[in-house]
Design a protein around this ligand. Structure first.
Ligand SMILES: NC(=O)c1ccc[n+]([C@@H]2O[C@H](COP(=O)([O-])OP(=O)(O)OC[C@H]3O[C@@H](n4cnc5c(N)ncnc54)[C@H](OP(=O)(O)O)[C@@H]3O)[C@@H](O)[C@H]2O)c1
Length: 224
């Protein structure tokens, strides 16, 4: 973990799922206190126990989504797009004044490898519109496949494109990216650019299937 991170406690709503639990593990390994949020607190508690056993420390706790979001300094949302609006509505009050990192990819099953642009153009733009100006929404981690997260002995070979209309919020999320070994944060511009970042994920899923690889990712060239 960086020496003095502004963010001490991160809640991951949907932290029982594939992407969310992998991020929880990586951030716990990076020294953060992490709260798993779930629709069912008991499921979150069970997952927290499982992941604490992997880390070998008691740094992860399980709560229901609203309590997790209320207790955290920063809230990460990693739920299926179909549940995105409902979960945002349920935590809208308790996330005011905070940063919300949206990892949700707008996918319309069964066409999971075809780009789907939702009515609000991007899930994260819809989140910002729903939550209002009191919440700084940051779009990030969409292109990091869950398949690379659980094996803590391996770095994650992927750039993380970060979009937000708030420069300070973007910098705080850069710290979360840097806490995951192997990843690199890339400032990808305003939240409007999340349309392209979110849309990349079904393209990467297509590529993974086509070339029979687990979790294709991205690297931006020319930055070295
Ligand atoms: N998997 C990846 O490689 C990957 C990569 C980048 C981005 N993403 C995005 O991250 C989000 C989560 O993906 P995932 O693969 O982690 O999904 P997942 O394994 O299905 O987990 C999603 C979690 O969301 C919660 N949830 C809340 N409402 C739900 C509902 N109506 N139906 C199902 N689950 C619900 C569930 O937790 P509770 O039941 O405990 O509430 C569940 O554990 C998606 O938007 C996905 O596109 C995924």
């Amino acid at each position: 973990m960086s020496s003095d991170p502004k963010v001490k406690t991160i809640a991951v709503l949907g932290g029982t799922g594939r992407e969310g639990s992998g991020l929880v593990l990586r951030w716990a390994q990076g020294g953060y206190r992490v709260l798993i949020g779930s629709r069912d607190a008991a499921r979150a508690v069970a997952k927290a126990g499982e992941l604490n056993a992997v880390i070998g420390e008691d740094v992860i706790r399980g709560l229901d989504n609203v309590d997790a979001a209320r207790e955290a300094d920063m809230v990460v949302l990693a739920v299926p797009y179909a549940a995105h609006e409902d979960i945002l509505r349920s935590v809208a009050d308790v996330v005011q004044g905070k940063i919300l990192v949206d990892v949700t990819v707008p996918i319309q099953p069964p066409a999971i490898r075809t780009v789907y642009v939702p009515e609000g153009n991007a899930a994260s733009l819809e989140a910002q519109a729903l939550l209002g100006d009191g919440v700084r929404v940051v779009a990030a981690f969409h292109n990091v496949s869950a398949s690379h997260l659980p094996d803590l002995a391996q770095g994650v070979n992927c750039d993380v494109l970060v979009c937000s209309d708030d420069a300070d919020a973007k910098n705080e999320v850069f710290q979360l990216v840097e806490a995951i070994a192997g990843t690199r944060a890339v400032d990808a511009g305003p939240l409007a650019n999340a349309v392209a970042v979110e849309a990349l994920t079904p393209v990467l899923m297509y590529i993974s299937k086509r070339y029979k690889v687990a979790g294709a990712g991205i690297r931006i060239t020319g930055l070295e």
